[in-house]
Ligand binder design. Structure first.
Ligand code: CP
Ligand code: NVA
Length: 304
């Protein structure tokens, strides 16, 4: 049987995604109660990181250990991937020795090529285009605090980047409406917008996006790989900040999320992360629980 991969949210059905989110909450509760499980005993996850990471690395590595397995950190600096060994050759070899592979890289095509040659599940842990693992955690967090997101309005404030793209996919999969406020020239991919015209409203003024929204989300103005654009982006995004003023036009029970790392004073005001509406720390912790659910699903083909 061909391995299931998780390269975007579209690799799962809505039911599978909702089951994953529920299972993530179950794993969170089990851990809170001090329960342990060894569902992935003797299983190994290879983690290929071509970009930096704190949350993703710690959550996948800790998650595998907590489920009785192990994780290998592989960087291009000290593997043959960094010296030009073809992606497909690497995929055949690595996947013959481990039970799943997680990749954080630049071009989305890299994870697609790796997955096409891999005999085990491949997980996209962020590419320039998508960050689906973060959305599992975000959807779990919203549900734990506010119940179902179905029918809700979500406001994305800022860059039409990898996170925004995954929010567009999530809007379709989890059945909510997404308002995107971004400056001209920083829109999400045209093809994605086109495919989800009924789900996504593009505006310029952050207040228009945030009005009556139930969830406000943002991300850094310059993503990894765009460090050279930091200054020009600071100018373009100056008015695109989530702060208590913007929150005031949202629904009275609105919550705030950010995948982190955050740049206080840029896309988010310094007081926002500790604001009563902020869920960012739970959101970050849920990377662990949501991905443990994902690893069980992909490696065992079931949720225990
Ligand atoms: N949110 C997220 O993916 O964080 P890291 O870059 O620290 O993994
Ligand atoms: N958009 C950000 C997300 C980091 C988790 C980046 O790609 O750098």
């Amino acid at each position: 049987m061909a391995a299931r991969h998780f390269l975007t949210l579209n690799d799962m059905t809505t039911t599978e995604l909702e089951d994953l989110v529920d299972h993530g909450s179950k794993l969170r509760n089990e851990r809170r109660r001090g329960m342990t499980r060894d569902s992935l005993k003797n299983r190994v996850l290879a983690m290929i990181f071509e970009k930096s990471s704190t949350r993703t690395r710690v959550s996948f590595e800790a998650g595998m250990t907590q489920l009785g397995g192990a994780a290998l950190f592989l960087s291009p600096r000290d593997t043959q991937l960094g010296r030009g060994e073809p992606i497909e050759d690497s995929a055949i070899v690595i996947s013959s020795m481990v039970d799943a592979v997680m990749i954080r890289t630049f071009a989305h095509e890299t994870v697609e090529r790796f997955a096409a040659a891999s005999s085990v599940p491949v997980i996209n842990a962020l590419t320039d285009e998508f960050h689906p693992c973060q959305l599992l955690a975000d959807m779990q967090t919203y549900r734990e605090h506010r119940g179902s997101i179905r029918g809700a309005t979500v406001a994305w404030i800022g860059d039409g980047n990898n996170m925004c793209h995954s929010y567009i996919n999530a809007a379709a999969q989890f059945d909510f409406h997404l308002n995107v406020a971004c400056p001209e020239g920083y829109e999400p991919a045209e093809a994605l917008l086109e495919a989800h015209r009924d789900r996504v409203t593009l505006v310029r003024d952050p207040a228009d996006a945030a009005r009556n929204a139930h969830l406000l989300v943002t991300d850094v103005w310059a993503s990894m790989g765009q460090e050279d654009e930091q200054k020009s982006r600071e100018r373009a995004f100056r008015d695109y900040q989530i702060n208590p003023g913007l929150l005031a036009v949202a629904d009275k029970d609105a919550v705030f999320m950010h995948c982190l790392p955050a740049h206080r004073g840029e896309e988010v005001s310094a007081d926002m992360l500790e604001h009563p509406s902020s869920l960012v720390w739970d959101e970050a912790e849920n990377r662990l629980h949501a991905q443990k659910a994902l690893l069980e699903f992909l490696i065992l083909n079931r949720l225990d």
